[in-house]
Ligand binder design. Structure first.
Ligand code: CTP
Ligand code: MG
Ligand code: K
Length: 171
């Protein structure tokens, strides 16, 4: 397969199936401070259940922005199925991000501490799983290539967010 063609194909696939998830994952960063999802509660290990990086406001903003993209996309492409996949991808993305924070706290990582690949791909894995749950048949080669693009995109956007003072750390 010729490279340029492969890149165009994977980007088209990513935008079509993962744009709602990507927006849902990226938009909470604009919230800044908010009410923690765990309300400050601690787990048996004495550490925070999720930490201050997971807020109700972030969750709401992610759902709102993500589902807006899902709706717009399904209308534009005249595909009701894309709306269902989009909404599921939004939920999966936000839940995947929350689950990974839960495990980060369990292994003793503070809020915002980097966990390479998991930090960048938690939402992607969550979105993929939730779309599959409602009947999506993924093109695995494109999903894998998409993961590589997501990691690169994540590094770039976090760097930009850091320089715009939206994030305290550049990862
Ligand atoms: N955010 C939020 N609510 C969410 C998800 C994210 O408010 N449900 C905001 C927080 O301000 C968070 C930022 O988006 O700091 C970036 O998200 P992320 O990198 O996932 O959180 P971290 O701060 O790195 O926390 P963790 O170590 O738990 O991943
Ligand atoms: Mg982080
Ligand atoms: K994350």
């Amino acid at each position: 397969m010729d490279y340029l063609n492969a890149i165009v194909q994977v980007i088209t696939y990513l935008v079509m199936y993962y744009a709602p998830a990507m927006v849902a994952n990226a938009s909470p960063v604009f919230v800044g401070r908010g009410t923690p999802l765990d309300f400050g509660k601690r787990f048996w290990d004495g550490r925070r259940l999720l930490g201050d990086g997971k807020t109700w406001e972030g969750l709401m903003v992610g759902m709102l922005f993500g589902s807006t993209i899902a709706c717009a996309e399904s209308v534009l492409l005249d595909s009701p199925a894309l709306y269902v996949y989009g909404l599921m991808a939004v939920l999966g993305a936000l839940i995947g991000d929350i689950v990974s924070s839960f495990f980060k706290r369990r292994i003793g990582l503070e809020r915002g501490a980097p966990l390479p690949l998991v930090d960048q791909l938690d939402f992607y894995v969550g979105a993929t799983a939730f779309m599959i749950a409602v009947g999506w048949k993924p093109e695995w080669k494109l999903v894998a290539l998409g993961a590589i693009i997501i990691v690169i995109l994540h590094k770039l956007t976090n760097l930009i967010a850091y320089y715009l003072h939206l994030k305290d750390v550049p990862w």
